[in-house]
Ligand binder design. Structure first.
Ligand SMILES: Nc1nc2c(c(=O)[nH]1)N[C@H]1C(S)=C(S)[C@@H](COP(=O)(O)OP(=O)(O)OC[C@H]3O[C@@H](n4cnc5c(=O)[nH]c(N)nc54)[C@H](O)[C@@H]3O)O[C@H]1N2
Ligand SMILES: Nc1nc2c(c(=O)[nH]1)N[C@H]1C(S)=C(S)[C@@H](COP(=O)(O)OP(=O)(O)OC[C@H]3O[C@@H](n4cnc5c(=O)[nH]c(N)nc54)[C@H](O)[C@@H]3O)O[C@H]1N2
Ligand code: SF4
Ligand SMILES: [Mo]
Length: 725
């Protein structure tokens, strides 16, 4: 008798005859895996594989990388530029010349009518570095708006700000190899196995060779927490209190590295006086981690010969994001754990090239970590580009999260969105919708014509995706890796570099300044501008980068290799060459659960999806794992409300509501729900996103909601309605 699957059609694997493997780098997360894309005799990309000789991934890829070649053929790629005079009327297909002419005329009209800064540009962490540099030249040197920033404000701004405050410069000091040397790992608000699977795999490799304690601080029992030796389920938003208390114990028990503190830091006295107030008994009441555990972790960390901390969005996306980063740096400074093998303060970056935009995009300043506030930096770039230094503003303009409120109040009238989707990714999207509707002119430049923001756009520019282009990206450990061109641009889409260059030509300033047409030529400009600087890349070329499977900056001209660690000599980038120990008083300003809204709403990611699903939502091999907006809820809390597993509920906050399917799990405590943020019209309809005072990054991870059970029929209707807006 035949049973089950034997009756069904057998699974057949497609035949993949690869004639050519092309070297490239993954375009999703910041791990920076080297990929080879297999191309067949007909010139089609048919498969992807990890590069065995690449130090980062050593032949491995996560589920997103394995299917990355499918992106080339994914649905709803933009085929031609689209244009319309008014939103909510049908778009007309148009030529590149017309789309670019119209856009440049609108930019000029808005700037002439309302002032130069009334036109804003919001970019991303997902272009090639050469594209970032070119967009920066266009924004700063030609168009001349000071309201130019990136979505990295949602992502890495707190890490940047914290590094600058502590060390005098941005730039993560450590690397993945530190796992092989450390004796204690402390991870804050990072779900490494799902969000950086290959970095996690590097950690596992190190642990197989040599056991050391792994301690995860996260209010949720993440996959990382499950694999850790200790899990500290912290009260949301209170990491600074825990960190101050760890420092308290280390100083009080004489476990600090006083020699390192005296030689390489300033501010010790004020810092010690502040942490003296954070004894573990008092801290436990705020951060929810008991006194014994605090003392135990402090001793483990301080007594290890080398100890390291990593963190991601649980720290950065907080009203104390920048302070959280500084607090982690404080911990590493007082224990002498900076710039030594296994001893570091390593921010795990988010997007594939969030580092590249920090280094070269001019979003927060000028290229190569130069500052608008510094006259010599302005002069150097003005001379190099051939512009008047007075054309540059003397202070950075609005952060991305301040640009939208400035649209609300009429200060900004026109916007260019490049590779970012704020209608899904910004907090409180109801407010974002109103701002986009208020714009006189919106241009959206994206791989996909169905990206939600096009609904509000006047012009849509179809950009080529990933390895239809070429250029470099910098990963979490400062490794510059190269994306080689695999396929020619899809339909009539164009590489972002081409689009920026064509736009430049349409401005008088852009005709005077040189805009090199190819990525290697742009890279040459960056190399020249990097000479002698902290992020020196003058020793690199695209070819050398490919040969080495990525090189870590700095690498000066003539050097044999890159540099795995920064600050190994204990000399930092503040004028006195010391790192700062900074006192961090804690003020609790989060929206907390109360009787009307009794749950913390936490949000984040799952392994199979990337951000707003414009890409992973279109690949069956990824989307099938979670095609529906859902929420993790504790079974006890659900029972009390009569909410069943796999039923739909309505979550409500003071901003808005959303419909999600319930997944009952003990991953979340009784007073918390967790929602992946990948879905449109979902978590960010509800989120608050209070801003960090230094970095202006939103606290996506903390707000208060209530959960309403509802008739499943009504839920289905609402769910559909919400999605069709
Ligand atoms: N699969 C996948 N991988 C990705 C991405 C993706 O979309 N999908 N995106 C990339 C990007 S841009 C980024 S920024 C990274 C993000 O990578 P992660 O930061 O690792 O991912 P998240 O899920 O956003 O948040 C991490 C954790 O922060 C915790 N958290 C919430 N509040 C607090 C708190 O108050 N304190 C502490 N200590 N923890 C808290 C959450 O419970 C969550 O488990 O991932 C990158 N990698
Ligand atoms: N509630 C909540 N909200 C969050 C977060 C959270 O944890 N919780 N995390 C925040 C974080 S850390 C981040 S990084 C943001 C991400 O937020 P977004 O950047 O808005 O999200 P993406 O979906 O990555 O949008 C990138 C867009 O660029 C397009 N794109 C990709 N490559 C290219 C290219 O080469 N050229 C062009 N022109 N377009 C391209 C994609 O199709 C996509 O539409 O979301 C933030 N929002
Ligand atoms: S870990 Fe990140 S870089 Fe590596 S394959 Fe996965 S998504 Fe790409
Ligand atoms: Mo991010």
């Amino acid at each position: 008798m035949l049973f089950g699957r034997t009756r069904k059609n057998p699974i057949t694997l497609p035949k993949r005859e690869v004639t050519n493997w092309v070297y490239t780098t993954c375009g999703y997360c910041s791990t920076g895996c080297s990929i080879e894309v297999g191309v067949n005799g007909q010139g089609e990309a048919v498969t992807s594989r990890g590069v065995g000789s690449a130090d980062v991934n050593r032949g491995k890829l996560c589920i997103k990388g394995i299917f990355e070649h499918e992106l080339f053929y994914s649905k709803n790629r933009g085929t031609r530029p689209l244009l319309r005079q008014q939103t909510h009327t049908p778009f007309q297909e148009t030529t590149w010349d017309q789309a670019l002419d119209h856009t440049s005329l609108e930019i000029k009209r808005i700037q002439q009518t309302y002032g130069r800064d009334s036109f804003a540009i919001v970019s991303t962490g997902q272009l090639m570095t050469e594209e970032f540099y070119t967009l920066g030249k266009l924004a700063r040197g030609v168009i001349g708006t000071n309201n130019y920033d990136g979505n990295t404000t949602l992502c890495m701004a707190s890490a940047v700000s914290g590094y600058k405050r502590s060390f005098g410069s941005d730039g993560p000091p450590g690397c993945y190899d530190d796992f092989s040397h450390t004796e204690c790992l402390l991870a804050f608000g990072s779900n490494l196995p799902e969000q950086h699977p290959i970095i996690y795999w590097r950690l596992r490799q190190a642990l197989e060779k040599r056991k050391f304690p792994v301690i995860v601080v996260d209010p949720r029992v993440t996959m990382f927490a499950q694999f850790a030796d200790m899990h500290l389920p912290i009260t949301p938003g209170t990491d600074v209190v825990l960190l101050n208390s760890l420092a308290h114990v280390i100083l009080q028990e004489g476990l600090a590295d006083m020699r390192y503190i005296a030689a390489h830091t300033s501010g010790h006295e004020e810092f010690s006086a502040l942490v003296a107030q954070y004894n573990p008994v008092m801290a436990a009441k705020i951060c929810g981690i008991d006194e014994d555990t605090i003392r135990n972790v402090a001793r483990l960390y301080a007594k290890a010969n080398a100890a390291m901390s990593i963190w991601t969005m649980g720290i950065n996306q907080s009203t104390h994001g920048s302070d959280g980063v500084v607090a982690i740096n404080n911990l590493n400074l007082i224990t002498g754990n900076i710039g030594k093998p296994g001893g570091t303060s390593l921010s795990i970056t988010g997007q594939c090239n969030a580092m590249g935009t920090r280094e070269w995009s001019s979003c927060s300043g000028l290229p190569g970590y130069r500052l608008l506030e510094n006259a010599q930096d302005r002069q150097e770039i003005a001379d190099f580009w051939g512009v008047d230094p007075e054309f540059f503003p003397k202070k950075r303009g609005l952060f991305q999260t301040d640009i939208f409120p400035a649209i609300e109040t009429g200060q900004i009238k026109g916007l260019w969105l490049v590779a970012t989707n704020p209608m899904t990714s910004m907090p409180n999207t109801g407010r974002i919708r109103k701002t986009l509707e208020k714009l006189e002119f919106l241009v959206v430049q994206d791989n996909y014509s169905d990206v939600e923001t096009t609904e509000y756009a006047h012009v849509y520019l179809p950009a080529s995706i990933w390895a239809e282009k070429e250029g470099v990206m910098t990963n979490t450990e400062r490794r510059v890796n190269v994306i080689r061109n695999v396929l020619k641009p899809y339909a009539d889409s164009k590489p972002d570099l081409w689009i920026f260059n064509q736009m430049a030509r349409r401005f008088a300033g852009g005709q005077k300044i040189k805009f090199p047409e190819t990525a290697p030529k742009v890279f040459d400009e960056m190399r020249t501008l990097s000479k002698g600087r902290f992020l020196d890349i003058s020793g690199m070329t695209h070819d050398l980068i490919e040969t080495n499977r990525g090189i870590q900056w700095p690498m000066t001209q003539g050097a044999a290799t890159g540099t795995p660690r920064l600050y190994s000599d204990g000399r930092f980038n503040h004028p006195d060459r010391k790192a700062k120990l900074i006192a961090l008083p804690f003020i609790d300003n989060n929206e907390r659960p109360d009787t009307d809204y009794p749950f913390w709403m936490n949000s984040g990611r799952v392994i199979e999806h990337f951000h707003t699903r414009t890409r992973t939502g279109k690949l069956g091999n990824l989307n099938k794992f979670s095609p529906t907006p859902y929420m993790e809820m504790n079974p006890d809390a659900a029972h009390a409300l009569g909410v069943a597993h796999m039923s739909y509920v309505r979550i409500v906050s003071r901003r808005g509501d959303a419909v999600v399917m319930v997944q009952l799990t003990h991953r979340v405590p009784r007073d918390m729900v967790f929602i992946p943020f990948h879905f449109h019209e979902c978590v960010n309809r509800v989120s608050l996103g209070l801003l960090d005072p230094y970095s202006r990054q939103p606290a996506f991870k903390q707000c208060a909601v209530r959960v309403e059970s509802m008739s499943q029929q009504a839920a289905a209707v609402l769910n559909l309605a919400a999605r069709s807006f």
